[in-house]
Design a protein around this ligand. Structure first.
Ligand SMILES: *Cc1c(COP(=O)(O)O)cnc(C)c1O
Length: 435
């Protein structure tokens, strides 16, 4: 469960009134619940209790420095996919020695950065990458710890843009070629074979694909342990969360969200299904959850700018747009939308919920029914803590949104809203344009 709920008629994040946050810091603003992240982290660890486990938070889901520090304090390591993320973890005081570096297109500079930081493992996606890492490690006079990402060709049954574990995806090495790739790695003098990795995709709502993939991988994992003495098996991330009915139970009102048969995967179900398959391997197990840890811990606050009543449809025009939260436009994702101050005496409103960006794709929801809201009032998109701020852009020269972290009754701005000067800081008008 998360800590976003109504206290009386006012939406709270833990003990903090979100309407007060919106008034103080303006909108669009992301707000994260540190306690929810803690609970999610502990629940996942408890689900796999008894296994030698390390949770490497996938930074790409939400890489705000405060979020990273909070996870580091909980004992998390990190799954990094760029030099920039590595530097964020460094800046947040996280442990790089226990973190892993992944990504299909690592540059030589990124490989050198990861080796110098002493990461726990580089997750390798191809044989050419093995050669490149060996070369960079040789130049630095180091041995690079590596794990190959093996693609188990399992259907994750999730959105096409977030599935990665099929043979047609760009990710990893096919299971049938894995032994040959490891033999190549073993011949390279500057590599140390340390583990094996897989990742199926994102927002998986059943344990079945994980079970199928671990079962397919197990014989390979055992051979690698016997032949090369690998010490870890990373089973990736991808645990899904609830996007429908995302408010804590009991808080629902008559402006019901669209009914859904969505059944989020629980840490308990995940752990129960996987523990019997993982325990006999006798290896350290790495998890790389992103969305599961931060997704339901965050909301995006927005202000109602206009209610435009049309002949055929109504439009609720917010000050948040696709540049702040791109998931609806990019993945047809559903986010619940609720008022910060509810009033059950008001009539219902059905509208298309849109932002001000000049694109018809700038639409958060079609035909959404919620409580009648007036211009100047605030609303919140729920389950926006992962792939929200992290994917925000400056399209239409809109500043990146502000971010706030809550713990109990404390809250603090952890990213200031950008100003115009910062947005254009790297730009210049060249001398040859001066008339
Ligand atoms: C994106 C990614 C993750 C995290 O995915 P979630 O769905 O957010 O848990 C983990 N591992 C790898 C290799 C990834 O690319």
């Amino acid at each position: 469960m998360h800590h976003i709920r109504y206290v009386g008629q006012r939406l709270h994040c833990e003990s903090v009134d979100l309407d007060a946050v919106a008034r103080l810091h303006g909108t669009p603003t992301y707000v994260y619940s540190a306690q929810t992240i803690t609970d999610n982290y502990r629940r996942l660890a408890a689900g796999l209790a008894g296994i030698d486990l390390r949770i490497c938070y996938a930074c790409k889901a939400n890489a705000n420095l405060a979020v990273l520090r909070h996870l580091a304090n909980l004992g998390a390591a990190f799954d990094l996919v760029s030099g920039g993320e590595l530097r964020r973890v460094q800046a947040a005081g996280g442990s790089l020695r226990h973190s892993v570096f992944a990504g299909v297109g690592k540059t030589e500079a990124e490989i050198a950065l990861a080796l110098e930081a002493g990461v726990y493992g580089l997750h390798v996606e191809s044989e050419s990458e093995l050669a490149r890492i060996d070369h960079v490690a040789g130049q630095l006079g180091r041995r690079a710890p590596i794990a190959l990402r093996v693609n188990p060709d399992v259907d994750a049954r999730t959105h096409a843009k977030i599935t990665t574990g099929r043979s047609e995806n760009k990710f990893g090495i096919p299971l049938s070629r894995a032994m040959a790739a490891y033999a190549t790695a073993a011949r390279l003098r500057h590599l140390e074979i340390r583990g094996v990795q897989m990742h199926l995709g994102s927002q998986l709502t059943s344990a079945a694909p994980f079970v199928e993939a671990v079962e397919k991988m197990a014989p390979l994992v055992e051979r690698l342990k016997a032949l090369y003495g690998i010490t870890y098996f990373s089973i990736g991330g991808g645990l899904g969360i609830a996007y429908h009915d995302a408010l804590a139970s009991g808080a629902r009102e008559w402006w019901e969200a669209r009914p859904s048969d969505e059944r989020p995967l629980t840490a308990e179900a995940y752990g129960t299904a996987l523990r019997p398959l993982l325990a006999p391997l006798g290896l350290q197990i790495l998890l790389e959850p992103g969305r599961y840890l931060t997704g339901n811990a965050g909301v995006l606050l927005a202000r109602v700018e206009y209610l435009k009543r049309g002949a055929e449809r109504n439009f609720l025009i917010l000050d948040a747009a696709m540049n702040d939260l791109v998931r609806p436009a990019m993945y047809d994702a559903y986010h619940e939308l609720v008022p910060l101050v509810r009033d059950t005496s008001r009539p219902a409103l059905t509208a298309d919920v849109v932002g001000p960006v000049c694109e018809s794709g700038d639409c958060f929801a079609r035909d959404r029914t919620l409580q009648q809201v007036s211009e100047g009032e605030f609303v919140a998109f729920l389950s926006a803590g992962a792939y929200g701020a992290a994917m925000a852009s400056r399209y239409n020269t809109r500043p990146l949104p502000a971010e706030v972290l809550v713990l109990g009754n404390c809250f603090e701005l952890v990213k200031a809203r950008e100003n115009f000067e910062i947005m254009v800081a790297g730009e210049k008008i060249p001398g040859f344009l001066n008339a």
